[in-house]
Design a protein around this ligand. Structure first.
Ligand code: NAI
Length: 344
């Protein structure tokens, strides 16, 4: 029986890579029916709220969504709809697997996962200006919110993820040497949770700046990284760079009652409308969704077809050094899917 999922094509390159991803899912026979809705700029352009109630209602019903990138105005304008969605559905775990699938990648066979806390930290959005003399913006203040509850559930999530995915190690990344209260609490709770998994999953702790350097020098020493919101945001882009760029990084936002899957990259306004975006990240996000639906076999077939297309190197988008458009790239992936089925 097909599962219904909410579909948000998104802004910029979003609609193009979403259409491409749906073609791949359809060709693979994925049992998903879509309930399509808008959010972000696409909603504003239709005269709606950037996060329309209908979109929220749909996810409320399906508890499952695939989302293209959404544009967030910089400095002013509406707040990030991605952050709002994570908060609304309490999607507290952001899971970003980074696996090398590009041939001739700088770090071959890299396979690590960042589990980022998704609702707290500086992204809780508790910030304000303090006026002085005649300057209403003389000081800006932002609160890094870390709770025992939030730290406990994200570290626990990382350990459970490690167990379920046959991973060996969880590294907790922090800055408790400087931020003794907030980061100190995160570390304290993390150490406590780790004790429960002793003998099953190895636990390590690392300061964030050192982690950034170690990731570049020797990323193979990491397996599952768990960290707070902003460090996770920055490190997951760094790690995406290690495997060849944001074009290959999918993300899953998981809560107790809902899950939203997305490409890690943004709406790429510089190439929007040109039909040349690389759809791999959203295709891989859809694979994470299939894993979530216990359709790991289908997800595996799609990942293999994508890897074969990249390895063959005949039809590649410009970010990969090729000249093909999104549609041609996806057609090549679908050809590989069909060939793989014929070979079985
Ligand atoms: P971006 O990820 O959109 O683009 C960075 C660079 O990577 C650009 O040169 C772009 O052309 C390239 N790029 C990104 N995705 C690509 C793809 N699939 N194929 C080929 N090239 C690709 O980041 P940027 O420019 O900082 O942000 C643009 C907008 O996206 C902003 O409004 C930002 O807030 C939003 N954004 C949304 C995210 C989401 O919805 N999850 C995540 C990150 C940014």
């Amino acid at each position: 029986m097909a599962t219904t999922a909410t579909l948000i094509p998104g802004d910029g390159i979003g609609p193009g890579i979403t259409a491409a991803t749906l073609r791949v899912l359809e060709a693979a026979g994925a049992p998903i029916e879509w309930d399509e809705h808008v959010a972000g700029m696409a909603a504003v352009e239709l005269g709606q709220d950037p996060l329309p109630q209908e979109t929220l209602d749909s996810i409320e019903g399906t508890r499952l969504a695939l989302k293209g990138p959404l544009t967030t105005p910089i400095g002013s304008g509406f707040r990030s709809i991605n952050v709002a969605l994570r908060k609304h559905f309490d999607l507290y775990a952001n899971v970003r697997p980074a696996k090398t699938i590009l041939p001739k990648a700088r770090y071959p066979d890299l396979d690590l996962v960042i589990v980022r806390e998704n609702t707290e930290g500086l992204y809780a959005g508790i910030e304000h200006f303090i006026g002085m003399d005649k300057d209403p913006k003389a000081v800006a203040e932002s609160v890094m919110l870390i709770t025992r509850y939030g730290s406990d559930r994200i570290v626990r999530f990382a350990f459970e993820y490690a167990l379920q995915h046959d991973r060996e190690r969880v590294t907790l990344v922090h800055k408790a040497n400087i931020l003794k209260c907030t980061q100190g609490l995160f570390l304290e709770v993390g150490r406590h949770v780790a004790e429960e998994y002793e003998g099953r999953i190895r636990f390590e702790e690392k300061i964030v700046d050192n982690t950034a350097m170690q990731l570049v020098l020797d990323p193979y020493q990491f397996d599952v990284i768990v960290t707070e919101n902003m460090f996770g945001d920055i490190l997951s882009d760094l790690v995406a760079g290690l495997i060849g760029g944001l074009g290959f990084a999918p993300g899953a936002n998981i809560g107790t009652d809902a899950a939203i899957f997305e490409a890690v990259h943004g709406s790429a306004p510089d190439i929007a409308g040109q039909g040349i975006a690389n759809p791999s990240s959203l295709v891989l996000a859809a694979c994470l969704m299939l894993d979530h639906l216990d359709e790991g076999g289908l997800a595996g077939r799609i990942r293999t077809a994508l890897e074969e297309t990249l390895r063959e190197g005949r039809v590649l988008t410009p970010d990969l050094g090729g000249e093909a458009g999104t549609e041609d790239f996806v057609s090549a992936v679908i050809d590989h899917l069909a060939r793989d089925v014929a070979a079985v």
